[in-house]
Design a protein around this ligand. Structure first.
Ligand SMILES: NC(=O)c1ccc[n+]([C@@H]2O[C@H](COP(=O)([O-])OP(=O)(O)OC[C@H]3O[C@@H](n4cnc5c(N)ncnc54)[C@H](O)[C@@H]3O)[C@@H](O)[C@H]2O)c1
Length: 344
């Protein structure tokens, strides 16, 4: 009997790319749970178009424990859960913290309880570099202690990680790897899957492509007087397909019991810091366009500068990011043009 992997948030941006990578690189049966709060069922038609494989999605809210348990009890031979489902907008979490504490933490508790109840032994948690807050020393290693969270969103990731670490210490049945993504961007090379949230995007690259295509009149660089080389914030942008590939590696390490540790954290970044202005310049060069942007005020919740140390991801996961910034902006631009064509 095939081993089954549950992917929560499988209709979302990173979940859908990871499902494609799982289809491509493994023999697992894949089942998604996603309530489409920031996505749509269309994702699964696109996954089928690319891969020829139909993925079943159960559209329940993971905060509904009974609904989750009823569904998981129907599945057989579940060996792992990759838990992507969460709300992820920093500005929205600053406006409505309770929405984030409720959705991100309640769903996590229920998924953990499902691992215990149904004896699911392997758990991958979507974390974020936002757990580090504003830090003094760069690049960031996994040993860098958490600074106070800059947003309720970041706080939900800190709490989620701490919870999983303590569960591991208390001797739960499952092993966990928390993957701290830096800034996932770009789209699948098919041009059929990319970031298409129901809610307006708040991350840089989709805002750039939406401005370039005319969905936005102009965009703002949020903060131009930070203590960085050009005054704008610095991030470690990483291609979503590289992130997806890291999940497959992490999952296999757990399933094949290649680690003795019950809990582990790993940064997923390229190790290169890129400023907002540099990302805009890369887009303009690759797309051959001039973007309409202005310098704007700083945004609450934003950290100034962050990029990853990649030693642990290389040593532990045997993984390094392969795609360049040019790949990221080019694939995102192809995706933007494709979805815009389809909806016109
Ligand atoms: N994209 C990023 O920049 C980024 C960076 C760091 C960490 N992360 C984390 O990675 C994960 C995936 O991010 P993404 O970019 O794919 O986001 P996304 O919004 O595209 O995908 C998340 C999916 O989860 C679903 N979902 C949310 N709450 C749910 C609930 N209660 N029940 C069922 N489904 C629910 C949404 O409908 C959506 O399809 C999230 O946990 C996010 O916090 C993302």
């Amino acid at each position: 009997m095939k081993k089954t992997i549950i992917v929560t948030g499988g209709a979302g941006y990173i979940g859908s790319h990871t499902i494609l990578e799982l289809i491509d690189k493994t023999d697992f049966e894949i089942v998604s749970i996603d309530n489409y709060s920031n996505s749509s069922a269309e994702t699964f038609s696109r996954i089928e178009k690319i891969s020829g494989i139909k993925i079943y999605n159960h559209p329940i809210d993971l905060c509904d424990k009974k609904g989750l348990f009823d569904f998981v009890s129907t599945l057989e031979n579940v060996v792992g859960i990759i838990h992507f489902a969460a709300f992820k907008s920093v500005p929205e979490s600053v406006e409505n913290p309770s929405l984030y504490y409720h959705n991100n933490l309640e769903s996590l508790i229920n998924v953990i309880e499902a691992c215990k109840q149904f004896k699911i032994d392997n758990f991958i948690f979507s974390s974020s570099c936002s757990v580090y807050g504003n830090i003094d020393s760069l690049p960031v290693t996994e040993n860098t202690p958490f600074s106070p969270a800059e947003s309720p969103y970041a706080h939900t990731k800190q709490i989620g990680e701490q919870q999983l670490e303590l569960y591991a210490k208390c001797g739960v049945n499952f092993k966990t790897i928390a993957l701290r993504y830096f800034n996932p961007v770009g789209a699948h090379p098919s041009g059929l899957i990319g970031e298409s949230p129901i809610n307006p995007p708040t991350s840089l690259i989709p805002i750039i492509t939406q401005t370039a295509i005319g969905k936005r009149d102009k965009m703002f660089v949020h903060g131009y007087d930070y203590p960085t080389r050009d005054g704008s914030c610095i991030r470690d942008y990483i291609h979503v397909c590289d992130i997806a590939n890291a999940h497959v590696k992490a999952l296999n390490i757990l399933i094949e019991r290649k680690t003795d540790l019950n809990y582990n954290v790993i940064n997923l970044g390229t190790g290169d810091g890129v400023s907002v202005k540099e990302a805009i310049a890369s887009f303009e060069k690759n797309a051959g366009l001039s973007l309409n942007y202005e310098m704007g005020p700083r945004r609450a919740g934003d950290v100034v500068s962050i990029y990853s140390d990649t030693t642990k991801s290389t040593d532990f996961l045997h993984w390094t990011a392969e795609k360049t910034l040019d790949d990221m902006v080019t694939s995102a631009w192809i995706w933007e043009q494709n979805i815009t064509k389809e909806t016109r």
